[in-house]
Design a protein around this ligand. Structure first.
Ligand code: ZN
Length: 473
């Protein structure tokens, strides 16, 4: 017999009943029906992810979790069998932290794919592993200088096929864009898989013009499995004639800017050298003046800026830009991964939202300390952000991580030291839908293997979440 528990923000878990009309839906779902414990939770909304990229994963080579460059190559061979001769081979998700020997080399790709351009984004999206055909297509050779905000890795002066941040752009621009039907399929399958993970809606952090156009059509034709808010990716859309839309199922909610890269590819912009790479401090994607100007223009358009800032220097420069624009309402810092106390204080003064992805910590913790050394004490500072009274939003940055809300909560509730954890009540608040974004009431039901508890998070392991319309518990 299943035990059913309900979450009461003020009183924790209490025995509950399943809303009668959901009994059949729960019975029809093997994961929920087979779980000894069910928990009724408020609706969960993932506040930072990339829907088209999630959907595209189903159509591209999925390199997540590959344990060696050779294993990645094996998957590429499999996924390229149906490709037309000369068509681009795209992949996503490799991570050199999972294998020996560091960043991969173009040679391996050249041997397998001498004529077909290959473009493979790293798991954090901030570096690409490409072959010689792709370098040629992007016009990158020995004499190409590193672009501002980018790095072309070289060996005796010759590009190795590893491009960081802005250096990816010349090649990325040559990858043919998906045709409209394909994009629609990506968006639909991305949204469907979010729904299957127990989310009632999500916020996309990388809308392009074609995404906005396609999502509007899908909304008009009733084809959105869950509602979506989105932030325009200014690197893709530019700042002129930005598309706007506010519908019941989809709206353009703001604009996304990148201040720096990511920690895994040493692109996060730090105040001092990387502990494991003396002389390197990462990359600033915008010069401070240009960032100030962009933020000011977005604020004038009434588009709240969300600034990706992982390194402590990037965060400081992002806060400078927000302050110079008069702290636009709804401003967000994405990732908020390395923040000294002064930056946290400034965020509070400016009413800046901290958008955090606790699941990154589960993936990063084995190597983040090597990159940051003593600075780890100011990294992933979720408890400090909450104690400072900052508004918090939770996301997973899918498809970089699984959009699994239970795994995200697990990371948050098991963080060491315990002072950087949130309470479950705080976490569920930060998972709440943006006001007005959920047209109908929803309810999350989690199927668990052990009895729910608030403190010890083991009850979340192996759990599954589902989303249902209707609010009564
Ligand atoms: Zn992201």
């Amino acid at each position: 017999m299943q035990e059913i528990w309900g979450w009461r923000a003020e009183g924790g878990f209490v025995p509950a009943r399943l809303p009668g009309r959901l009994t059949e839906a729960v019975r029809a779902d093997p994961a929920l029906a087979g779980a000894p414990f069910l928990v009724l939770l408020p609706p969960l909304w993932d506040h930072h992810g990339h829907v088209a990229a999630l959907g595209a994963l189903l159509c591209q080579a999925d390199l997540r979790g590959a344990r060696s460059p050779e294993e990645a190559l094996e998957r590429l061979r499999t996924s390229s069998v149906d490709l037309a001769p000369g068509a681009w081979l795209e992949g996503f998700g490799w991570d050199q932290n999972l294998w020996e020997g560091g960043f991969p080399h173009r040679r391996l790709l050249d041997d397998a794919f001498p004529d077909r351009p290959v473009f493979l984004r790293r798991i954090d999206g901030h570096a690409a592993w490409v072959n010689s055909a792709a370098l040629r297509a992007g016009g990158i050779g020995e004499s190409t200088p590193d672009p501002p905000g980018g790095l072309i890795l070289r060996e005796k002066g010759v590009p190795t096929g590893l491009l960081v941040d802005a250096a990816m752009e010349p090649v990325a621009r040559r990858v043919p864009p998906p045709v409209r039907q394909e994009l629609r399929r990506w968006l639909r399958s991305g949204l469907r898989s979010l729904r299957a993970k127990g989310l009632c809606g999500a916020t996309d952090m990388g809308l392009e013009r074609a995404h906005v156009e396609t999502l509007r059509l899908m909304e008009a034709e009733g084809e959105l499995p869950i509602p979506l808010d989105g932030y325009l990716d200014v690197a893709r859309t530019g700042l002129d004639d930005l598309p706007a839309h506010r519908g019941p199922g989809f709206k353009v909610a703001g604009a996304k800017l990148y201040a720096d890269g990511a920690l895994g590819s040493r692109g996060a912009c730090l105040e001092a050298d990387y502990d494991d790479a003396p002389g390197e401090r990462g990359l600033l994607i915008w010069e401070p003046e240009a960032l100030n100007d962009a933020v000011r223009r977005l604020a004038a358009l009434g588009l709240p800026p969300a600034i990706h800032a992982i390194g402590d220097r990037a965060a400081r420069i992002a806060l400078d830009a927000l302050q110079a624009a008069g702290w636009p309402s709804g401003s967000r810092i994405e990732h908020a991964q390395l923040l000294p106390e002064t930056s946290i204080r400034r965020m509070r003064e400016g009413g800046v939202i901290a958008s955090i992805q606790p699941c990154h910590y589960l993936s990063d913790r084995s190597w983040a300390a090597e990159r940051l050394g003593a600075r780890m004490a100011a990294a992933y500072p979720w408890g400090s952000l909450a104690q400072a009274g900052l508004p918090l939003l939770l996301g997973t940055d899918f498809p970089i991580e699984e959009p699994d809300p239970l795994r995200n909560l697990y990371a948050l509730l098991t963080r060491e030291p315990a002072s950087e954890r949130l309470t479950l009540a705080e976490a569920l608040c930060a998972y709440a839908p943006p006001p007005g974004s959920l047209p109908r009431a929803h309810l999350t039901i989690a199927g668990l293997q052990t009895r729910p508890g608030e403190g010890a998070a083991a009850w979340l392991e192996g759990g599954v979440a589902r989303t249902f319309e209707g609010s009564e518990t």
